[in-house]
Write a protein that binds this ligand. Structure first.
Ligand code: CP
Length: 323
């Protein structure tokens, strides 16, 4: 099995075909053997330097990329805006070109501006992975979510995914709709109308819109959950002023929080996803994240294998057969 397209960067999930996604899963599956073995260290990326450049907060993405790189024996350097020359007014382009000149083999970029990793990839020669850009895209999170469902349920074709909550600010939901549709799932967005903007048409060119998958939009939680196989709740992004688009938090949680009560609308088999970090009691009740219907811990656990696979594909010498 090989990739349909040579991958030089990973900026969003629409670069990947179904075959590409399944190839990455197969790679991750093999790498899981290392993660579950007695010595979590292989010399696959020895001599390579990975720089995590994060100008927005992160726990899961930054640490799992760091762990993935270290398990593969790469040198990993973390840079954040705070404490870097960003604070002295250095331009973003100078910053990333400096990191390339210092010897990075790949940049993993999280940035508050949508499109920032695209801009970087046009201005440096080394690969770039988008680790989340503004409200735009989070392709590695989508690969993790798809892989988690694939491992838990198997075939994704024909599943109904409901993405519940702060869709308007969510880079996770933008990438998820592309990734889950590529593997044949049907996607429904459910939010208050003010959070359920038809962002696909708001954010892409008219020429591209016909290529985007069909999505159902609803503000009716009962309708949205009634045929769900998968329910992905989203973090309410207060830092992006989410609280301005609903009257008050109590009303929001009463109508849209995933709880035992609201889950009664969903089939018993429906599984719960959340990309994290969670606002417990706002978009989801804490006990549900620990319940047997939850795949949330598996999402986090699978993040290292998926990110290891991407690092090898982008800067390693190994193929799936030689790993
Ligand atoms: N899901 C996700 O991107 O989490 P972090 O912000 O903790 O990286």
């Amino acid at each position: 099995m090989i990739l349909d397209n040579k991958l030089n960067n990973l900026l969003d999930i629409d670069q990947l075909t179904k075959n590409d996604i399944l190839y990455i899963f197969e790679f991750a599956e093999k790498l899981s053997l290392i993660l579950n073995g007695p010595v979590k260290k292989v010399p696959v990326l020895r001599g390579k330097t990975i720089i995590n450049y994060f100008s927005e907060p992160s726990t899961r993405t930054r640490v799992s990329f760091e762990n993935a790189g270290k398990i593969l024996s790469a040198d990993v350097i973390n840079v954040s805006s705070s404490g870097s020359s960003d604070e002295k007014g250095e331009s973003f382009i100078n910053a990333v070109q400096t990191l390339e000149s210092i010897g990075a083999d790949i940049l993993i970029i999280r940035h508050s501006d949508s499109g920032a990793p695209y801009f970087v990839s046009r201005n440096i020669q080394i690969p770039v992975i988008n680790a989340g850009d503004g409200s735009h895209a989070h392709p590695t999170q989508t690969l993790i979510d798809l892989y988690t469902v694939y491992k838990s349920i198997g075939e994704i074709e024909g599943l109904n995914l409901t993405i519940l909550g702060d869709n308007i600010h969510s880079r996770v939901s933008r990438s998820a709709v592309l990734g889950f549709s590529t593997l044949g799932a049907k996607v429904t967005f459910c939010s208050p109308t003010t959070m359920n903007a038809n962002f696909l048409s708001d954010n892409i060119s008219k020429e591209d819109i016909d290529n985007y998958p069909a999505v159902i939009y609803t503000s009716n939680l009962k309708d949205a959950l009634s045929e769900s196989d998968l329910i992905m709740t989203l973090r309410t992004q207060f830092e992006r002023k989410a609280s301005l688009v609903f009257p008050n938090i109590n009303e929001y949680t009463r109508l849209f929080k995933l709880s035992n009560e609201s889950l009664k609308y969903a089939p018993d088999k429906a599984k719960i996803l959340h990309p994290g970090p969670m606002n417990l009691g706002v978009e989801i009740d804490g006990y549900l994240s620990e319940s047997e219907r939850s795949l949330i811990n598996q999402q986090v656990m699978n993040s290292v294998a998926i990110r290891m696979a991407l690092l090898i594909i982008l800067i390693g010498e190994h193929t799936l057969d030689s790993i």
